[in-house]
Ligand binder design. Structure first.
Ligand SMILES: [Zn+2]
Length: 202
């Protein structure tokens, strides 16, 4: 235990996901050694997050504007939508450089025990998006890229059922080979890229 503000900082950092006591201590002492302007920048970034971040009105990922960079990019293929759980999964798929379509962020996965049902996820928005394309381009394929764990699988099964009603729509799922029970973001680029290109019809 340290005294005063240093321990407070270590305690707060230690509450962050993936930061153990040792890392918390290392980060705290790193922060003690940096220039005050760097702390100011960190503080400002935290403040902006606290004041609320904006989400893209189309895909639901974190965004600077009403429409995110990917949704506003005319070079992206508007006929394919990759459905993921969280904004961090968008980054994971982008890192593979295998995907040139658009995304749809659900905001989580079905988890009845924690009270997350279909209405808590952006499923209605997804169906509306496929049903009436405002830019006049028909969606030809939906890739379901939920996490390879129980909740992710349950969500995928539910989505497949909902998407059956759209004639001519091809629904695919990432190929197996992703570490089961894990998070999409923990798969390395190569594995995720392979799972993407080897996706199978549902
Ligand atoms: Zn977007």
């Amino acid at each position: 235990m340290y005294e005063g503000p240093v321990q407070d900082l270590i305690d707060e950092l230690g509450k962050l996901p993936g930061v153990g006591p040792k890392s918390a201590q290392r980060i705290a002492f790193h922060l003690l050694s940096v220039e005050p302007t760097e702390i100011d920048r960190l503080q400002k970034a935290l403040q902006r997050v606290r004041d609320g971040v904006q989400f893209c009105e189309v895909c639901g990922t974190v965004s600077d504007k009403e429409r995110c960079r990917i949704c506003s990019d005319s070079r992206r293929d508007r006929t394919i939508i990759c459905v993921v759980e969280e904004p961090k999964d968008v980054q994971a798929v982008e890192r593979t450089r295998e995907f040139k379509g658009l995304y749809h962020v659900l905001g989580g996965a079905l988890d009845p025990l924690s009270g997350v049902g279909p209405d808590q996820l952006r499923i209605r928005e997804l169906l509306a998006r496929i049903g009436n394309q405002d830019d006049g381009v028909d969606v030809a394929e939906v890739i379901i890229a939920t996490d390879p764990n129980t909740e992710g699988e349950a969500t995928a099964t539910y989505l497949v059922r909902m998407l059956r009603d759209f004639p001519g729509l091809s629904v695919t799922r990432l190929a197996s080979g992703l570490p089961m029970g894990g998070d999409l973001e923990f798969a390395d680029e190569l594995t995720l890229g392979r799972a993407l290109s080897g996706r199978r019809a549902m």
